[in-house]
Design a protein around this ligand. Structure first.
Ligand SMILES: [Zn+2]
Ligand SMILES: [Zn+2]
Ligand SMILES: [Zn+2]
Ligand SMILES: [Zn+2]
Length: 396
């Protein structure tokens, strides 16, 4: 463990309105917040406790995301893949004797067409986001959400793959495992479901190393996503109206053809799609194209209602990376400072901004930010701490 004390002179106290440098008191709970004095720490606690993750819990969360196989998120659902099964019928939703691509709940043994169940769960989610269609439509027994649970599992795998401390082999293995999970839903042929899955599927293709295939898959769904987001916005409006006027939403929405698979898409999902495209373009090292895609998002979507704060941060982060690659260092610094205004604890941004300052010859600012990159790094992330120390020595 290297001595971080000499670095403290480069950062300031984290208490609101205190700008003293060399804050030698560190929050013992999260270990990434620094104060000039116990007085400042005490004064700031009321505000800070809301965003102070206890170190142990944060570390556990970090470690848990690796145990993908033990999550068993798809337990409770059996997929029968070989076509139609008359013996299982009728489907509890459409009442057809022959069930298409049956999904069976292990708990109550009721069977449904995969498409029927997907529609049912989407419609109930739209009505009550908390519910997520978590009861068997036939007997009300508790059931896992089909899409939700598969997606959740895939998301965990993607998060794990994304962390970057894996060998290429391990990454590919995890990604292809998740791709197989997606394929199971893909094979049902539901068009709305397919559009939804394209997104994640492309991400995984990218992790398997085929960035070009990923980019193609993502660009292909832009028109469908755009249309679905329009319909999603209409459905939300209708839902509000039905609540106000006490009308039956399902009935009204069915009349307008709004409860179709995949219609519950939001503008933020569309932003997510464009952002995904930019990320793949970055992986292909086509920085100019990525920059254009990101600028397109900023120009065509409304911050707040259509771009979430979290998305904006991610977009700025990517814009900064592109700017550095394109040697547009002034832009890089602008984006870096905009992000740090929102969140001063982001080590990646500190480092990227430090690089820009160094390239512009401002070593003093570069050093200050490089120190921040070390001090604000997650305390358990030894790998990154080490990298940031190397960067620090490179600069000084
Ligand atoms: Zn804290
Ligand atoms: Zn202070
Ligand atoms: Zn059915
Ligand atoms: Zn049932």
């Amino acid at each position: 463990m290297e001595d971080e004390k000499p670095l403290l002179q480069y950062i300031t106290c984290d208490a609101e309105r205190c700008t003293k440098s060399n804050p030698a008191h560190r929050c013992s709970r999260c270990k990434i917040t620094y104060y000039c004095s116990p007085t400042c720490q005490k004064a700031d606690w009321k505000r800070h406790k809301l965003g102070c993750p206890p170190l142990d819990e944060a570390r556990k969360l970090h470690a848990n995301s690796t145990n993908v196989n033990e999550l068993g998120l798809n337990e409770g659902i059996t997929f029968l893949k070989e076509g139609n099964h008359e013996s299982l019928g009728p489907c509890g939703i459409c009442l057809e004797e022959t069930i298409d691509d049956p999904v069976i709940f292990d708990k109550c043994k009721h069977a449904f067409c995969c498409t029927c169940l997907d529609r049912f769960q989407k419609a109930t989610t739209l009505l009550d986001p908390e519910d997520k269609g978590s009861r068997c439509p036939y007997c009300r027994a508790e059931i896992p959400n089909l899409i939700q649970s598969t997606h959740a599992k895939v998301c965990v795998i993607v998060a794990r793959v994304n962390r970057g401390n894996l060998s290429d082999e391990e990454r590919k293995e995890l990604a292809s495992k998740a791709l197989a999970d997606i394929q199971m839903l893909w094979d049902t042929g539901d068009p709305g479901l397919k559009v939804n899955l394209t997104h994640t599927r492309a991400t995984l293709l990218s992790y398997c190393g085929d960035h070009k295939a990923a980019l193609k898959a993502l660009k292909e769904v832009i028109p469908a996503f755009t249309e679905m987001a329009e319909r999603g916005a209409m459905a939300m409006e209708l839902l509000e109206k039905c609540k106000r006027e006490d009308h039956d939403f399902i009935e009204e929405a069915t009349k307008l053809n709004l409860i179709e698979p995949g219609s519950g898409l939001l503008k933020t999902d569309l932003v997510g799609l464009y952002f995904e495209i930019a990320k793949v373009q970055q992986k292909l090292e086509d920085w100019g194209a990525a920059w254009e895609t990101l600028q397109y998002i900023c120009e065509h979507f409304q911050l707040g209602s259509e771009i979430t704060t979290h998305q904006q941060m991610e977009i700025f982060l990517s814009l900064q990376q592109c700017a550095n690659q394109m040697k547009a260092y002034m832009h890089s610094i602008q984006f870096g400072e905009a992000i740090m205004d929102q969140n001063r604890f982001n080590p990646t941004v500190h480092k990227a901004t430090a690089i820009a300052y160094r390239e512009l010859g401002n070593i003093e600012e570069a050093r200050k930010l490089a120190a921040g990159a070390i001090l604000y790094e997650a305390p358990w992330d030894d790998e990154n701490k080490k990298k940031n120390w190397e960067f620090w020595r490179e600069i000084t």
